[in-house]
Write a protein that binds this ligand. Structure first.
Ligand code: ADP
Ligand code: MG
Length: 143
């Protein structure tokens, strides 16, 4: 894992700025794993990135739908595996079909999937004193 940047956000508008930096960095084909407690801002961050990319679809939390897809110049897949209990349940979703070279994929609660991906960005969100600390790192085949 290679750490790329850290960002401290003490207001939603700060997180939108971080989302702007992230939106500039990500390219089609990228996968971003989002780690952080409930309410830490994983879904908020995906919404903010989509806003920067001017997606015509309104992002929403995929907690119950598990897989959301938003159209746009850079199509976005938004997964939330919070409600999955096993790798068997994960395998039944057909998630591989969504991850491709033309879209960007964000995954909340990615613990079940991380071993099945070769390279990805990882964002850990830590909450402390009403602020969110974002740590962005990258994992690759050789990293
Ligand atoms: N600095 C901040 N960055 C992001 N969200 C924040 C911040 N401060 C407060 N919030 C609020 O925290 C909540 C995060 O919720 P959500 O993104 O659904 O969390 P998660 O998907 O991680 O469970 C939102 O209601 C958002 O408005
Ligand atoms: Mg969420």
């Amino acid at each position: 894992m290679k750490q790329i940047m850290t960002y401290t956000s003490c207001a939603p508008q700060d997180t939108e700025k971080f989302a702007g930096e992230l939106a500039g960095l990500l390219k089609a084909g990228d996968v971003v794993l989002l780690y952080g407690d409930l309410g830490s801002g994983k879904t908020f961050l995906v919404k903010a990135v989509c806003k920067h990319w001017q997606c015509p679809d309104e992002p929403s939390s995929p907690t119950f739908t598990i897989i959301n897809h938003y159209r746009g110049p850079l199509p976005v897949n938004h997964f939330d595996f919070y409600r999955l209990n096993s790798v068997e349940e994960l395998d039944q979703l057909g998630w591989e079909e969504w991850i491709n070279e033309t879209s960007v994929t964000f995954i909340e609660w990615p613990q079940l999937i991380e071993n099945q991906l070769d390279s990805y960005y990882k964002i850990s969100i830590e909450m402390k004193d009403n602020c969110r600390h974002f740590i962005l790192s990258k994992s690759g085949k050789n990293e």
